[in-house]
Design a binder for this molecule. Structure first.
Ligand code: NAD
Length: 360
């Protein structure tokens, strides 16, 4: 079912609306009438393509609306850009009653969320994600932040939005590669939490890649529901939220090894999911036939760029410095069946190496 889901933590409860047309229909209700300024943080290209869709929500605010263009790109997801944005917010008359709307991909929603978290010690943010990855992952859950020279997302804050508007219509302009990268994350949600979602994705890859309704919309809605459930049960990444990191341990190592340039995040996660599945079979947490199903489903969404020249030695070395190591231990989220996982540490190096080699 498409519709409205909720993130509900000890501190907050907010709606996450998944519906075509929700930008016009649901965003207006989320912006507090008394906001002195409404700052839309967006990328110029996204604004040109889809900005008109915000008109019904913004009309009531007249010249209290300020559109701030963020250049976009991982290299610009930095504190200096947050400083520039918040300086501009002060110059434009922003105060504690301001509201921020993050309108763009995951980079924009991370930066807009962080700017809102720190501006005047925190103002509300509404997230309107425009990439599939941001819709099913980045914009839901309240993690915000920017990169340091030393690594990705190393400065940030938990700042839950007051609402998230997910409108699949904006995805029609997204590059196919970006759609595919987002779909790998959707598949991840199926593997960790929903046999039903996984099976639908396994059976309808062409329709889903082609953004055909009802399959595509259903995949987004199921994925968002799962993210909402996991975040609600565990806001700040204890054991439950950690299951969302399926594929991320080795995926992060691969992203770092390729300097964040060769692969999109979702593509690195696809590789990581393949390796974690091989590892799960090797460690007997997963039946081999189920492992084959997972790997075939990932492959049915298309290939990731060639990894020629990447070695298991290099990835093993990267794993050691991954920030998901806790107390010096590497944690792996391993499937036990479709829809369920276990978390393992102290996994022998030779098993990890063999799983990586089987995936390269
Ligand atoms: P992105 O924001 O760079 O967007 C990808 C590309 O799509 C960009 O070129 C952008 O200009 C373009 N774009 C955006 N909307 C479009 C549209 N509707 N039509 C056409 N083009 C469009 O990347 P992303 O994959 O959305 O997000 C990646 C970021 O998300 C990373 O920085 C990652 O760290 C972060 N992330 C955060 C969380 C979290 O929980 N906060 C979770 C996962 C990922």
């Amino acid at each position: 079912m498409l519709g409205e889901f909720f993130v509900e933590t000890s501190q907050v409860r907010y709606p996450v609306m998944v519906k075509r047309g929700s930008i016009e229909q649901s965003l207006p209700e989320l912006i507090p009438r008394k906001a002195h300024r409404v700052f839309v943080i967006t990328e110029e290209m996204v604004w040109q393509m889809h900005g008109h869709r915000l008109a019904p929500a913004l009309a009531a605010f007249g010249d209290r609306v300020k559109v701030l263009h963020f250049p976009g790109g991982e290299s610009r997801k930095r504190l200096s850009e947050v400083e520039a944005l918040t300086d501009q917010m002060v110059a434009d008359g922003g105060d504690r009653s301001s509201v921020v709307i993050g309108f763009g991909g995951g980079i924009v929603t991370d930066v807009a969320g962080f700017a809102a978290a720190v501006f005047m010690r925190g103002v509300p943010v509404i997230q309107v994600p425009t990439t599939l990855l941001a819709q099913v992952d980045a914009a839901v859950g309240g993690k915000t932040g920017v990169n340091l020279v030393g690594g990705k997302n190393l400065v940030g804050s938990f700042h839950q939005p007051v609402g998230v508007i997910i409108d699949p219509d904006v995805l029609g302009t997204l590059a196919v590669r970006e759609v595919r990268a987002g779909l790998y994350e959707v598949l991840k949600h199926g593997v960790i939490r929903s046999a039903e979602l996984f099976t639908m994705m396994e059976q309808h890859p062409l329709q889903i890649l082609g953004q055909q309704t009802p399959y595509f919309d259903q995949a987004i809605a199921d994925s968002v529901r799962i993210k909402c459930e996991v975040v609600s049960a565990d806001e700040k990444e204890g054991d439950l939220r950690r299951i969302l990191n399926f594929g991320h341990t080795i995926g992060h190592a691969l992203e770092a090894e390729t300097q964040y340039k060769l692969l999109l995040h979702g593509e690195a996660v696809a590789f990581g999911m393949r390796a974690a599945t091989h590892l799960a079979v090797r460690l007997s947490t997963l039946e081999p036939e189920t492992g084959t199903r997972i790997i075939e489903a990932i492959e049915s969404y298309g290939a990731i760029p060639s990894l020629d020249g990447i070695t298991s030695d290099a990835l093993m070395a990267r794993l050691i410095s991954d920030k998901k190591t806790v107390g010096g231990e590497v944690h792996f989220v391993l499937p036990t069946k479709i829809g369920a996982t276990t978390i393992r540490k102290n996994v022998p190096d030779d098993a990890i190496r063999a799983a990586i080699e089987a995936s390269l």
